[in-house]
Structure formats: C-alpha cells, structure tokens
Design a protein around this ligand. Structure first.
Ligand code: UT7
Length: 326
C-alpha cells in the first residue's frame, strides 16, 4: 500500500426508477399480505424499471449525480467499476457502456464485478486498491441492478423481496482517509442456497424462455447473513484496533430489517445510527449500499469527518465490509 495515499469519497449519487410497486399491489397478484412482507422483511414498497429501462440507464443517472456532487470533469475518471448481477447484455460490461455514455473515450480500465449483493463492497475494495497503489486518481464505483428481470413474479418467496436502482460514489486519491480498510470473503460451498441456476452454460433453455429466475432458501441464507456479517464487523474493528463507539454510521446492505437490526445490536448502535432504505427500496442487491449512502449524505445525516461501516452479503456466498472516514 502506498503510505499516505487514500481513496476519499468526493461525491455520491443514486437513481431509482419511477414506478413504485407496493405490498398492496403484490397482494392483488400473489398469495401474500402487506402484514407478512412488512413484519418479516421491513419492506413496504420497491421501485421497478420500465420495459425499456436498462441497468446502464440507472448506472448513468446515479453516476452523473455523483460526478455533479464532486464537481469534476468526467474526463478525469480513470477507473470505472460497476457491481451488477443484471448487466444489460452478456458483454461488453455495463462499465464500458457507462464509460461511453459519460463521454470518456480512451480512458482507464472499466469492468464489472459480480458478487451479487456484496458487489458494491467488492467493487469498493478493488477501486480502493487501484487508488492506493497509484493505479488511478479518480475512480467511479457503481452498484446498479434491474433485479426485477431475474425474478419470477409468481414466486411469493422471492418476488416480494427485490427492487431496482443504482448508486454511485466517486473516489479521489487523497493524503488522509478516505477508505480505511476493506474486508472481503467468499464461500462457494453455499452457491446453491441463493442463485439463478441458468445461464450461458447451464439450463440455457430457461434463458431462451425468459425464465432465468433467482431462487433462494431464505431462512438458510438469513442465518448465514447474520453470522457472516457479524463476523466481518468484528474483523473490521479488530484489524483496525477500534471500538464500536468510534463508528458513527452503519450503512448496511438492505435485504431484511431483521438482519440490519441484528448488525446494529452487534455494534451496540441504536437504529437512528443506521441508514435504512429497505422499507422503500426493498433489496436492490449491489445497488442497496450506495443508494443508502447517497440518501444519508444528501439529507445531511452523514457528514464530513464521520466514520462509517458498509457491509454486504450475497449469493456465492460473498460478503465483506468497508470502513470509511467521510
Ligand atoms: O441479499 C442477499 C441476502 N438475502 C437475504 O439476506 C435474505 C435472507 N432471508 C430472509 O430475509 C428471510 O428468510 C425471508 C424474508 C426470505 C423469509 O422469512 P422467514 O422468516 O425466513 O420465513 P420462511 O422462509 O421461514 O417462511 C415462513 C412461512 C412459510 O410458510 P410455512 O411453510 O411456515 O407454512 C412460507 O411459505 O412464510 C411463507 N411465505 C410467505 N407468506 C406470505 C413465504 N413467502 C411469503 C410471502 N407471503 N411473500
């Protein structure tokens, strides 16, 4: 690591599709209730893309907002990392499509990262390493998803949980933190508990039928999520030699309010120190952390100089955390 070289967040942005689908709307379509969904997950509503809206569209809107907040010329961006499980097409990456939309031509590397709901912390880890080693000056890190496209809208066990959206942060090389540490993990033994079991090499006929859908063994995933994210919180504190009370904000992946509350308890935090969007966004996979971050930065809750921990958990399993000084 280049001593004294940190990745500082200089801008955040987010974008949500216009269409709101409430629990009441779902009640009319499948055997569920607002009461079940809200009490088990904390979700009231989610945003869903229009038929012609793509992941790259959401990524572009979120990125433009982050660039505007940072007040920089997009041409300065010399790294783009997009975390997504729902890219527009098999290739090229959303990151390359985004680079073109932003008018950055012949720029630095641009690529996607696939770590499902942990995608944003994975992308932050990678971008942070580029910045720290002098590999780039300005990194655009995006989480963008159109998860609604890989959902079976007749499956009540999954369709009530997810939503679409995008969030972005702009990182700039600075002499003071910035990103303090990142902690990533994966355990592929559990790949069947949360997956879309179809793609280019497996069950391709499901793709052709437009039935490449997410499947989840919810209660199993729940237990791992609580355990793994709890462990990575401990790891983050221990590695940095800091106490729980030095964390100002928890910005967690937004899968389930009960998981988020367990993480808050782990950090001895009251819920007013936790950024919660799951009630309005549902689970937007890789987009959920930067969406939450942007909301709390823009409404003035998260302020310069404060320390926050972001943490995510997703299919794979993949999980991780990012400790940041704003
Ligand atoms: O982002 C990646 C990580 N993802 C997560 O972290 C998600 C983790 N899992 C969860 O959040 C929860 O496990 C769920 C919200 C998915 C489910 O909550 P649960 O408390 O674990 O419920 P369950 O799966 O044990 O299901 C309880 C009951 C079942 O009925 P029986 O078998 O007890 O009769 C389900 O069939 O609830 C039923 N159920 C529903 N009922 C009404 C499942 N989905 C629904 C629904 N509406 N939408």
């Amino acid at each position: 690591m280049g001593k004294g070289r940190y990745a500082k967040i200089i801008g955040t942005g987010s974008f949500l599709p216009e269409r709101v689908v409430t629990n009441k709307d779902l009640e009319a379509r499948i055997a569920t209730t607002d009461e079940w969904i809200y009490s088990r997950t904390g979700i009231r509503e989610r945003r869903i893309v229009a038929a012609d809206e793509k992941t790259s569209d959401l990524a572009e809107r979120a990125s433009c907002a982050a660039i505007e907040m940072a007040g920089i010329d997009p041409q300065l961006i010399d790294l783009i990392v997009v975390a997504t499980t729902t890219p527009d097409q098999v290739f090229p990456s959303v990151a390359c499509l985004l680079q073109d939309r932003l008018g950055i031509h012949g720029g630095g590397p641009a690529f996607d990262v696939q770590a499902v709901c942990a995608g944003f912390v994975y992308a932050m880890d990678i971008a942070n390493r580029y910045v720290q080693t002098g590999g780039c000056q300005y990194a655009l890190v995006v989480g963008a998803e159109t998860f609604s496209r890989i959902i079976d809208w007749t499956d009540r066990e999954t369709c009530v949980l997810f939503g679409d959206g995008a969030g972005a942060v702009l990182l700039h090389a600075a002499e003071a933190p910035g990103v303090i540490s990142t902690h990533l993990h994966a355990d592929g033994r559990y790949h069947e508990l949360l997956s879309v079991p179809s793609g280019v090499s497996v069950n391709y006929e499901q793709v052709l039928r437009g039935e490449a859908y997410a499947q989840m063994q919810g209660s199993e995933v729940f237990k791992f999520a609580v355990k793994c994210m709890g462990d990575v919180v401990d790891e983050t504190l221990t590695v940095n030699g800091i106490v729980k009370s030095s964390i100002d904000w928890l910005v967690p992946h937004q899968a389930n309010i009960r998981i988020i509350a367990a993480m808050a308890r782990k950090l001895d935090m009251t819920m007013d120190k936790v950024v919660v969007t799951v009630d309005r966004h549902g689970n937007t996979s890789a987009a959920s952390i930067p969406l939450a971050l942007d909301e709390a930065v823009r409404d003035g809750r998260i302020r310069t100089g404060q320390t926050l921990i972001m943490e995510g958990f997703g299919g794979g399993f993949t999980w991780g955390s990012v400790l940041v000084k704003m």
